[in-house]
Design a protein around this ligand. Structure first.
Ligand code: NAG
Ligand code: NAG
Ligand code: NAG
Ligand code: NAG
Length: 528
């Protein structure tokens, strides 16, 4: 049978070298504790007691990353593997020990409280991918948690991480989502009432799950030899541009993380993505988007947009993400500090100072592309800022304003006759300064005589998505899924795989329309 062969190949190409090259916790029992002098604890997933069903799979992750045929996902073997029911023979599942600054404050030991690294898969292309289950039971890092995840948060992560990938943003991927009949108790509505909800597990894959907090915990505990060992390992495995024998390697490493973090946050901003919990434990050292919690795509343009409704201080509002990036990188710098000589300390401080410039350079580049601007002109920053200002004042939809600017013709814009279907542009056009912006924009476009309007629209529709996973869309899919109807999950998967292409079922579902009235006051429930 084909699937048996494929599953065998998958198993045979599993590696567990992390536990061979990095120290693991000598304590093998699985109870919550303070862990010292190691990078991982060996911890086995807790199988569900009752029936487990597959809710969704990513065909591309299965086929392109895991070398599996989609049909394999129907098999019991597969479902056992991705739900933590059965582990690969010889596997040494791991929970990672890390710390972090949460909401600006050192939180000490955190760690994988409900995630298990089940192995590293080396695929046909020779790429190594780390497979991690989330929601698969307690570990030494579970603190007060039950080690489980629920359908709502798992589905949001599954859909969003895949959607981000197709938007061209570095991210962890999601291979599968299963749900069980085992229930977990959650205060879903924050009213003190616990309700029963089904437990769910996502199989997530990434090149690496190391975070800023992975290093911080070692510095804070004074485990400097281990810090050096982990850093050298990380550099060797994931930073091919850095020479691990070079005395300045930590400076070079830092410089790449600073650069890549600036790139990532600028990319988030270009699609209106707010991560929601940018703690140092949720910031990847490889600068990929990880740990999808109360994230949100901004609808009406608003720099104060906060997806986590309990973030009362608005620390992680969308307009603050670039600053938080700086804060987190500064914490990384502090974690590296004990390994640096005075000269190197100066260098990393200097490198961090360049972060705002790196960020704004990328931000400008991305927003110029969103407006279809070629070349360089004095007024470009103003043109972008002016548009964002009008969007903010009129509460125009961020995604659709840019998309509709990509679809409308220059002559329609020039005459200020905006067809009804361009509802976001209709909103922004209510501002009295809109004609002034249009005239600046058009003269900027016309400054290049070899450019054509159809070329401009082609460029713009390729970078301005028509569909992003707005909160109400996720919510609608979640509510149906909770009633065992996965049709909208599948529709969203299809649509978000090609976010730049018009899709008739998506249009019928209203995914490019104004937010439906039922969802206007919807807020992200952070129950996870
Ligand atoms: C909690 O649940 C009980 C019973 O279902 C209900 O009567 C009560 O109104 C709920 N409390 C809140 C705050 O919603
Ligand atoms: C991300 O941050 C939130 C809030 O601090 C925390 O609850 C969560 O555990 C973090 N996620 C992971 C996987 O570290
Ligand atoms: C949302 O913000 C609150 C307040 O800062 C925080 O306690 C909570 O952990 C956040 N939610 C999540 C899921 O991180
Ligand atoms: C003008 O547009 C052409 C193609 O349309 C492009 O190749 C060229 O780089 C642009 N020149 C400037 C100065 O923007």
């Amino acid at each position: 049978m084909l699937y048996m062969q494929q599953m065998r190949t998958l198993r045979r190409s599993f590696f567990f070298f992390l536990s061979a090259v990095l120290p693991t916790d000598p304590v093998k029992e699985n109870y919550v504790r303070k862990v010292k002098n190691c990078v991982f604890s060996i911890a086995f997933p807790t199988p569900f007691q009752s029936r487990v069903r597959l809710v969704a799979v990513s065909k591309e992750v299965l086929e392109d990353i895991l070398d599996l045929d989609l049909s394999v996902s129907e098999t019991d073997d597969f479902i056992q593997l991705v739900s933590g029911g059965k582990i690969v023979f010889g596997s040494i599942p791991l929970a990672h020990r890390y710390g972090g600054h949460q909401f600006g404050i050192w939180a000490d030991q955190l760690g994988d409280g409900r995630a298990h690294l089940i192995g590293i898969y080396m695929n046909r292309q020779g790429e190594k991918w780390e497979l991690q289950l989330k929601g698969s039971g307690k570990t030494p890092y579970s603190r007060n948690g039950d080690g489980r995840a629920i359908l709502r948060s798992s589905l949001r992560e599954f859909l969003c991480s895949e959607a981000m990938h197709y938007l061209g943003i570095p991210t962890s991927r999601a291979a599968s989502l299963v749900v069980s009949d085992d229930v977990v108790w959650r205060d879903q509505f924050y009213n003190g009432n616990l309700t029963k909800v089904p437990g769910a597990v996502v199989l997530r894959v990434a090149k690496s799950w190391f975070r800023i907090g992975s290093l911080e915990i070692l510095t804070h505990s004074g485990e400097l030899d281990l810090l050096r060992m982990l850093l050298d390992f990380i550099i060797q495995e994931y930073f091919p541009l850095v020479d691990v024998k070079e005395p300045n390697r930590y400076v070079d490493f830092f410089s790449i993380v600073v650069f890549e973090t600036a790139q990532l946050i600028a990319l988030w901003m270009s699609v209106g993505f707010a991560h929601g919990v940018c703690n140092t434990d949720n910031f990847s050292l490889l600068s990929i988007t990880i740990d999808y919690g109360p994230f949100g795509f901004m609808e009406a343009y608003n720099p104060d947009f906060v997806p986590n409704t309990s973030d009362d201080e608005r620390r992680y509002k969308i307009g603050n993400q670039a600053n938080i990036g700086m804060f987190n990188l500064n914490k990384l710098l502090q974690a590296l500090n004990p390994l640096l000589n005075p000269r190197q300390k100066q260098l990393v401080t200097q490198i961090l100072k360049e972060y705002p410039v790196l960020y704004y350079t990328r931000f400008r580049e991305l927003f110029k592309a969103k407006l279809g601007l070629l070349g360089k002109s004095e007024g470009d920053d103003d043109l972008i800022a002016f548009l964002l200002h009008l969007m903010e004042k009129t509460e125009a939809d961020f995604t659709m304003t840019f998309r509709q600017l990509s679809e409308i013709t220059q002559s329609q814009l020039q005459e200020l006759v905006i067809p009804q279907e361009f509802w976001a542009l209709k909103m922004i056009s209510k501002h009295k300064l809109f004609p002034a912006w249009v005239s600046q924009y058009l003269s900027r476009l016309k400054s290049n005589i070899s450019d054509s309007d159809s070329e401009r629209r082609k460029r713009m529709t390729a970078v301005n998505p028509r569909y992003v996973l707005k909160n109400w869309m996720a919510e609608s899919a979640v509510q149906k899924a909770e009633r065992n109807d996965f049709s909208e999950v599948h529709l969203l998967q299809q649509v978000l795989r090609h976010p730049f292409q018009k899709h008739s079922a998506a249009e019928r579902a209203g995914y490019s329309s104004p937010t439906p009235s039922w969802a206007r006051d919807l807020r992200v429930s952070c129950s996870s």
